[in-house]
Design a protein around this ligand. Structure first.
Ligand SMILES: [Zn+2]
Length: 569
């Protein structure tokens, strides 16, 4: 079957198998949700416009991801009306929120159409631009005085296009002028209707940031967003750069790396935009806030802390909320082998954080609650020694996640982190995991947050979550991080598998071993060396026999790597 001139790459039977056997639903809240029902008419009206803005942001993200996304989506939607085959392909498209994506199991992206591939540089860069060509053009531009243009090319808010034999950068506010202006309008109207003053303020700043080619406006919007702690409403424009796997290649060219240092050019991968709309859940937020006091305390316990300034030392302005989700669009909805359970923004590459603005950590309730308990039980029976079953509680993993998110606010700053090029994200995610577990006993003791039994629950649920479903690829930093920690625990005898291949845990050794791992990890970040990072990742991400065995068990129990977000507004 052809859609807009492109042949589908999967048969209808293959799509049936994906949708019926390998896809899980995440249901977001709808108009019937009690807290939404209780809103006044004006706030309901505000949300109507924020949801419109979320849809527009989705179009922006589609364009950033692939040049054909928007066109193909339209054609698929149309064809769905008369063809069940097209309808199924459209379901997969909506799951990836794009024409292709990793599913977290297969090492290569699943491509919905023959001849439509995704590239490392997504649509941020010209499709046919190779890494070598990119590096040599930038060297040429720097040597001939095009310093400012190179600065823009390596900024996180531009689309890069060919300009004769050179390259040029187009600011998002210009490239997406129409979309940004429409989204800004929706935000302005929402700001008019909402009854919360802080929220109103933030929305106006965010609207302005969409209208002006000026990084300072993003900074101001971010600053007004990050302080929202007591506001009952949630609206986020997320800007994260994980999708761009191209920009980081500039550090692999020694000559270019030197020039970039000489001219003090900031290198940031491109941001993909996302939008999140929801309602803050008071009870869930109170629980998360208990961890907040631990941050300055933990900052003092970090290894080699005299060698860097930590985010938390620059600002103790960290807000945290637990949110019932109405919509996730753009980057958030690109479910390519996973979906975010929590997110601490802005990231360190943003001006707002660099100039002392705070960060806001938002936890996603509906994502967190979507676990398959039947399957977990089977997994436990097959892979975990029975004496440890009492400690397994998927819900307790939430506490590990809280430690992980807080962990991003600790450790070396962005200058160190980014210098690790294509390994930067893997090391950073791994660091956050390691901080969470290395310090959780200390946190339990000093702050009285958890008793011994609860600690064992957190450890056990975390370790079981390290059971991977497939050998991870580097572009999935969270999964590579899981493998590093799994191997480290195994090598250091914190965990072992008995003759029946069942897991045992030596709880008493966890803290010491994870603190040693934290030492090693921070050293890697401080090295600023791509080679050191690569050596570390390669050493610890070996795919062993036991990992293969675990992945096979996971496969037999049935994996559901695809996600269908069910939006009710
Ligand atoms: Zn993280």
């Amino acid at each position: 079957m052809q859609i807009d001139g492109y042949e589908l790459n999967l048969t209808e039977e293959q799509l049936d198998d994906i949708i019926q056997n390998q896809m899980r639903d995440i249901e977001l809240i709808g108009p019937d949700f009690e807290a939404f029902q209780n809103l006044g008419e004006n706030d309901k009206k505000a949300f109507e416009h924020l949801l419109n803005a979320a849809k527009i942001v989705n179009d922006v993200a589609l364009e950033q991801d692939h040049p054909l996304n928007k066109k193909i989506k339209k054609a698929l939607k149309e064809a769905s009306k008369t063809s069940s085959y097209a309808q199924k392909a459209y379901t997969l498209f909506k799951s990836f929120n794009g024409v292709a994506g990793l599913n977290g199991i297969d090492p290569k992206p699943i491509e919905i159409f023959k001849g439509i591939h995704s590239s490392d540089g997504k649509n941020f860069y010209p499709e046919d631009l190779s890494q070598d060509e990119f590096c040599s053009i930038l060297i040429q531009m720097l040597e001939t005085g095009h310093i400012d243009e190179v600065r823009k090319i390596l900024s996180n808010r531009t689309m890069v296009r060919k300009d004769g034999h050179l390259l040029k950068a187009i600011d998002y506010t210009e490239y997406f002028e129409k979309e940004f202006s429409n989204a800004a309008n929706e935000m302005e109207v929402a700001a008019h209707y909402t009854t919360d003053h802080q929220f109103k303020d933030f929305l106006s700043w965010q609207a302005q940031a969409f209208l002006q080619n000026n990084e300072d406006m993003d900074m101001l919007a971010d600053k007004h967003w990050a302080v929202l702690q007591n506001c009952p409403f949630e609206f986020t424009i997320s800007r994260e750069n994980y999708e761009d796997e191209f920009t980081g290649c500039v550090f692999s060219n020694p000559r270019l790396k030197q020039l970039i240092e000489d001219y003090q050019i900031k290198v940031n991968p491109k941001d993909t935009l996302g939008c999140r709309v929801g309602l803050v859940n008071k009870k869930g937020t109170d629980l998360i806030l208990k961890s907040k006091d631990t941050l300055p305390y933990l900052a003092k316990l970090m290894p080699y802390r005299e060698m860097y300034t930590q985010t938390i030392e620059k600002d103790s302005k960290q807000t945290m909320v637990d949110v019932d989700l109405m919509a996730l669009t753009g980057d958030y909805a690109m479910c390519r082998g996973g979906i975010t359970t929590a997110q601490n923004l802005p990231n360190g590459d943003k001006l707002s954080v660099q100039t002392g603005g705070g960060r806001r950590n938002v936890y996603h309730r509906q994502v967190r609650f979507s676990t398959d308990e039947e399957r977990s039980k089977k997994l436990l029976n097959t892979l975990v020694a029975s004496e440890f079953h009492q400690y397994y509680d998927a819900g307790m993993r939430h506490h590990f996640v809280i430690g992980h998110e807080n962990g991003h606010s600790l450790g070396p700053d962005n200058n160190f982190k980014n210098a690790l090029g294509m390994y930067a994200h893997t090391i950073e995610e791994h660091k956050a995991n390691t901080i969470s577990i290395a310090f959780i006993q200390e946190v339990a003791k000093t702050f009285g947050l958890y008793n011994d039994f609860e600690l064992k629950q957190i450890y056990t649920s975390w370790i079981v979550s390290l059971f991977l479903k497939a050998k991870p690829v580097l572009s999935k930093p969270h999964r590579v991080a899981d493998l590093i920690e799994f191997n480290y625990l195994l090598k250091n005898n914190v965990i072992f598998f008995d003759s029946e291949n069942k897991l045992h845990i030596r709880f008493e050794k966890i803290t010491e071993v994870m603190q040693k791992l934290l030492d090693d990890t921070i050293s890697v970040q401080l090295s600023k060396s791509v080679q050191t990072a690569q050596d570390f990742v390669e050493k610890w991400s070996e795919w062993s026999e036991i990992s293969d065995y675990i992945a096979n068990v996971q496969k037999q129990l049935g994996n559901k790597p695809y996600i269908r977000l069910i939006t009710k507004f």
